[in-house]
Design a binder for this molecule. Structure first.
Ligand code: ZN
Length: 227
């Protein structure tokens, strides 16, 4: 491989990481991007299927890496089958029960190790500081510190790209459309309750719906002819 810049996108199968994939295709070129998806014991296998489908629509490689330790640590609604997702939007004083402690730190560290072996120096992640949840591992300061740590710990050049960091959901939707990502977004998965059509009432559905409404764009997921 030449010294051409290549990128690894952390693709969860959700709206933000799908948008990031299209950002990376635009930024690095379609032959320079691949994706990694983590099977972390999330309750909904549909997320993994979404990621694979989206990677195939975008015509990029996708590698699924199993990390099944989160559920064993317990205590959050995305990996535990007996905890119900809190349907109320969160206050800013408390983290939602969908917070999986350390998730993004762990994902990006694994992604960096994977990238290292492939001589890839760019990681792309859909974390956003503007996200309603206020997850502390989504913040700019965390990403800057992690990038520094990875550079030191791997002793190589590595950049964490966060194209959505300061974007609202409305701006993210507009960006996805501009980058040609709407057809892939039709296959992205958002609903915490794993329903199709989406339940419309969980925090993730509400946030997604508001973003599309504010952008004046119809969500292609809702138009998709299911099955
Ligand atoms: Zn929902």
């Amino acid at each position: 491989m030449s010294d051409k810049q290549r990128a690894l996108v952390v693709l969860s199968g959700g709206q933000d990481s799908t948008t990031c994939l299209y950002w990376a295709l635009d930024h690095f070129g379609k032959d320079s991007v691949e994706t990694i998806t983590f099977d972390y014991g999330q309750r909904h296998i549909i997320e993994l299927k979404s990621a694979q489908k989206i990677a195939s629509i975008a015509n990029v490689a996708n590698t699924v890496i199993p990390i099944n330790s989160f559920a064993a640590m317990g205590g959050n609604a995305l990996t535990d089958t007996d905890i119900k997702v809190d349907n109320s939007l969160e206050t800013d004083t408390q983290l939602p029960n969908t917070f999986v402690p350390g998730r993004n730190l762990i994902f990006l560290t694994f992604a960096a190790a994977f990238a290292y072996n492939k001589n890839i120096h760019n990681l792309v992640t859909g974390v956003a500081q503007t996200d309603y949840s206020g997850y502390p591992d989504c913040r700019q300061k965390t990403m800057e510190a992690l990038e520094k740590t990875l550079k030191l710990g791997l002793e190589c050049k590595i950049t964490i790209h966060t194209p959505l960091m300061f974007k609202s959901k409305k701006e993210t939707v507009i960006m996805a459309k501009k980058l040609g990502g709407l057809s892939a977004l039709a296959h992205s998965h958002t609903c915490y309750n794993n329903q199709y059509p989406p339940c419309g009432s969980c925090p993730a559905c509400q946030l997604r719906a508001k973003g599309f409404k504010d952008a004046g764009i119809t969500d292609p997921l809702l138009q998709k002819n299911h099955g």
